[in-house]
Design a protein around this ligand. Sequence first.
Ligand code: AQP
Length: 335
Amino acid sequence: MNNKTIFSGMQPSGVITLGNYLGALKNWTELQDEYNCLYCIVDMHAITVRQDPATLRKSSRNLLMQYIASGLNPEANIIYYQSHVPAHAELAWILNCYTYMGELSRMTQFKDKSSKHNENINAGLFTYPALMAADILLFQTDVVPVGVDQKQHLEITRDIAARFNAIYGDVFKIPEPYIGKAGAKIMSLQDPSRKMSKSDEDVNATISLIDDPDTIIRKFKRAVTDSMAKVTFDEQNQAGISNLLNIYTAITGETIKNIEREFEGKGYGEFKAKVAEVVIEELRPIQQKFEELSKDNAYIDNIIKENAQKATYLATKTLRKVQKKVGFPPLIRSK
Ligand code: AQP
């Protein structure tokens, strides 16, 4: 244990995908023994896109169970709902006042999501990075493990923290990104120029963490490839095959060169079947554990309660310091 803090989170905006798992969750489980970790279910971020309330509640609980089922230890890590810790919203408001419209408008995620949801381009979607900065900075985080798609948000977090520190002294620790070598960005199976996303409406574009073996085989069979008939890593001309190679290497730890050699002279059908097989085997124990956890409501409720308390305690320390720095009057406590 190195005493450093890790913070990361996922939105309960659908069932998490193989992209979320390989780009983030799998790395989290490898880091948990070394660091003090907080893994959040960022439900406040999720409502920047319209959600059905009952589905959001269910997805949030499922996501918490999927964190645990994937190997996160809920006793050693703080696994909690963002909305249960009001300090996230309180710090986000303050940081909004130290974040510029110009920098927010350069965020690729805002551009992508506002074009996808042009009937609901709300202020929350625009100021999403200030809330994400609050999430991270509240815990004096050293390291943030994210997929490469979230790197821009981490950069703005660092800019906001440095700006705040330049005015008020060393209030926030400046966090570093941690991007795993394999699985940094998994692409859609139907359009390998876009990332695999849990909110994708095309069910064939994503592998979800709870897909059964037949579904996984079918989705890989339908995955878009090319007509070059060779399993080689070439993101320009063979984006689909390169994506499958990325998935295969992220799961097996085998090098791309070795995988190319293994499939030399073999057809895409055989390669896809092998990729499906390793994915099925990777997900099998996670799915079994998820089933078990789904039956133990009291255990899950207890984790939710205890971890919210732990996170609130840590977050309040930073929040009070920030409130004092910006000039808010101190709370008067009853004797
Ligand atoms: N395709 C991906 N490849 C690798 N990593 C990915 N991540 C997301 N997609 C991929 C990583 O997963 C974590 C969770 O992200 P999030 O839920 O906060 O939001 P997101 O990046 O917007 O994820 P989605 O799946 O695309 O959600 P929706 O569809 O709701 O927008 C992050 O660490 C991210 O890097």
